[in-house]
Design a protein around this ligand. Sequence first.
Ligand SMILES: Cc1ncc(COP(=O)(O)O)c(C=O)c1O
Length: 363
Amino acid sequence: MSTPTAPVPRPGILDIAPYIGGEAAGTIRLASNEGALGPSPKAVEAYKRLAGEIHRYPDGGSTELRKALGARFGLDAGRIVCGAGSDELIGLLVRAYAGPGDEVLYSQHGFLMYPIAAKSVGATPVTAPETDLTASVDALLARVTPRTKIVFVANPNNPTGTFLTADELARLHAGLPATTLLVIDAAYAEYVTRNDYSAGVELVEKFTNVVMLRTFSKIFALGALRLGWGYCPAGVADVLNRVRGPFNVSAAAQAAGVAALEDVEFMERSRAHNEQWREWFSAEVRGLGLTVHPSIGNFVLVDFKGAASGKDDAEKARLFLKDRGILVRQMPSYGLPTCLRVTIGREDEMRTVVAMLKEFLAG
Ligand SMILES: Cc1ncc(COP(=O)(O)O)c(C=O)c1O
């Protein structure tokens, strides 16, 4: 073995394929699942009001925000832990509960931060196959071993838009050992209108090995501020509070988060907008002869496989849209190279995308 001539990172780090976020240099930005209507004006006001206070450290306990979350969702604020985006909480959970020799399990087309976080601590990411682009409880349970420390389920899942029902989630939990942590990543929960869906609160309330993660980056549209939260069993909250940075959530994020939560009307309008334009967009794109997978989030997967007129090249479609200032997300890193993921934006944006796809397919 040759002698290293520079510092060497821990095993696993150089196996990470860095997460590539959605592109941002375009006029219609539908590549990052950001809320279509932007943030509540009340959240923006709260953010601005902090301008004169940025020499102060934030409240390290995010006290007001946790109180507001507890009140809004009927949760015990003492078991809420806030983070700089739910990405930070994913990383902290993996750091706290997994390491070299351990396995972190997720489904085939699950959110890419799970394997990235696992590799960053030297743990082994393990995937379970999906059925019809949907996580399979049986396949996940079949891959649980004594080394499985965490099972991540994004519900609904990004990028597929599919979900496990509350009953299926409960069945997944029931099959796990008490020492395996089930992390239900419900980043898109606020968009969901189905009554067979649950973000997982009742499992967190009942068991010591279930965490629910949420974010302010999606329906609340505060992605730039980096704000997420987890609802945890007391033991897990205690662990997260030990490993997180003492001031991990900025004062601006905390203030904007509280204001966003108070603006219930704005959130409900955002949800209704999403439902209306997701269904409109899906129907229009199906009308163009493309496959649109059913989604309950604020995005859809458009599959170009088998498109009429031989226009079945998703990457060509993406570049065609990009040339016209429209950014959507490519999916090879998720093993879905024939698909593009399109975020549901404003009405004018969705109409433009449909018109451009029509032009692409005709050209
Ligand atoms: C399933 C899922 N979890 C977590 C995140 C991360 O969100 P945040 O901005 O809170 O870090 C995303 C963002 O795209 C996501 O899709």
